[in-house]
Design a binder for this molecule. Sequence first.
Ligand SMILES: [Zn+2]
Length: 264
Amino acid sequence: MYCRICNQTTNKIFNHIVLNKYNVDYFFCESCKFIQTEAPYWLTEAYQNPIALIDTGIVKRNLLFVKRTATLLYFLFDKKKTFLDFGGGYGIFVRMMRDIGFDFYWKDKFAENIVSKGFEFSSNIEEVELLTSLECFEHFINPLEEISNMLNLSGSILFSTQIFHDNPPKPEEWWYYNFEAGQHISIYSDITLKQIAKKFNLFIYSDDRGFHLLSKKKLNNPIFIMLIKFSQIGLFSIVKLLMKSKTESDMINLKTSPSPQSNK
Ligand SMILES: [Zn+2]
């Protein structure tokens, strides 16, 4: 089996029961240190499986991502510009970012926008300062194709996915394989992210755990990490005070136009 990132030959590292019934092979690429499953024939079922719906971390995760993203955008990007949450799910993140004051829009091929209605991304929006893709990369069948599609919309992708270092973690030692739900089919290491950045001629910044930025912009990785850390110990509260919330203006705009972005 060829690597879906660098096209080199991969080695089978283990097999494991996925969705409590399918015996699935996992492959490792020595060249870019990427783990992929065999062709994921079980995905339709994986996305219907009730286990995938038992996501008790959804609010906690969104809160954490909002704090980090808002702080990074405030200090490293043009906060007045337009942003897009790619794979925006129910729209929780978009609503929360708009509540702080960032002009965020929603896009998702699979999920229904429940809480950010009226802020769907449209082709009227010409320039996207940065795109977020939270807990999506591990779901990609063809990561390079997905990243390429994202880069057509913006030169910066802020994303979350847990990474490993050195050798692939043993199946029983890492929760992130998430065998029961069967949706994590592409797993990255720090080396994989570096190779992806190189392929697309981008810079990569990372906290070396789960939060990363691919960008055309030259930044400083220690500052990226410091902002993430400080966002959790008070810096986010300052950002929130300095921004102007869109909660009220969005309501007024939605009353007069169901699609506020078309009036931009
Ligand atoms: Zn590879």
